[in-house]
Design a protein around this ligand. Structure first.
Ligand code: FE
Length: 215
């Protein structure tokens, strides 16, 4: 089976959020799908290991912030490569409280849902949500997963349904510096060695020392 075929399925990039009691929490997801128009329902897929999964289960509500190509790519790293168990991810981003749900300011649209059903798979929970509110926040073009891979050169974290093992370790990256946290491949004009010491991964914010030269 050639799992690269799955790369031909179109996805977006979203920050899924909910509440951990009184603290907002969230994670990056790419699997969001509109199921019906009337009443509007949305399905999402969230890994069992994502802290946000249990928070949605408890609160019965979730919000989707739709990232645009203008959104700061570090949002993807903050929400995709760190755990809400360890850090308050919302401390480093600006957000609004809409209908009682945390929604990122730096996104192009939001959708707020109440959980009406769920289905368990081996690794992920599929939540079905009834949309209770949605709106467009900016005219930025929604970021597609293909854009994230091709332009930002980001990878899928292990918890993503689209994760492909050893992605980014192909020969094409030989000699390039790769972020050991998120898999971002440095491809800038300035040689990596000449970057300032305070250089940080643009996707996840890891320090320059976290980059490893591919052999
Ligand atoms: Fe990184």
């Amino acid at each position: 089976m050639n799992k690269n075929a799955f790369r031909n399925i179109s996805y977006g990039l979203y920050v899924l959020s909910s509440w951990d009691n009184t603290s907002p929490t969230g994670c990056t997801i790419n699997s969001v799908m509109q199921i019906t128009s009337e009443p509007a329902t949305i399905a999402i897929s969230v890994n069992h290991n994502n802290f946000t999964n249990s928070c949605i289960d408890k609160s019965g509500k979730f919000a989707i912030s739709v990232l645009s190509v203008n959104s700061d790519p570090s949002i993807i790293g903050t929400f995709g490569f760190k755990s809400g168990k360890d850090v308050n991810k919302f401390e480093s981003v600006k957000y609004d409280n809409i209908q009682g749900m945390p929604v990122l300011k730096d996104c192009c649209a939001y959708i707020i849902c109440e959980v009406i059903n769920k289905m368990e798979t081996d690794t992920h929970t599929v939540f079905l949500g009834k949309v209770v509110d949605a709106d467009i926040l900016s005219d930025g073009e929604p970021m597609t997963y293909a854009y994230y891979h091709k332009v930002i050169k980001g990878k899928s974290p292990q918890n993503a349904p689209t994760y492909i093992a050893n992605e980014g370790k192909e020969n094409m990256n030989k000699g390039k510096y790769v972020c050991s946290v998120c898999g971002y491949v440095y491809d800038g004009e300035i040689p990596f060695e000449n970057l300032p010491d305070d250089y940080k991964c643009p996707v996840c914010g890891a320090p320059k020392s976290a980059f490893v030269k591919q052999q």
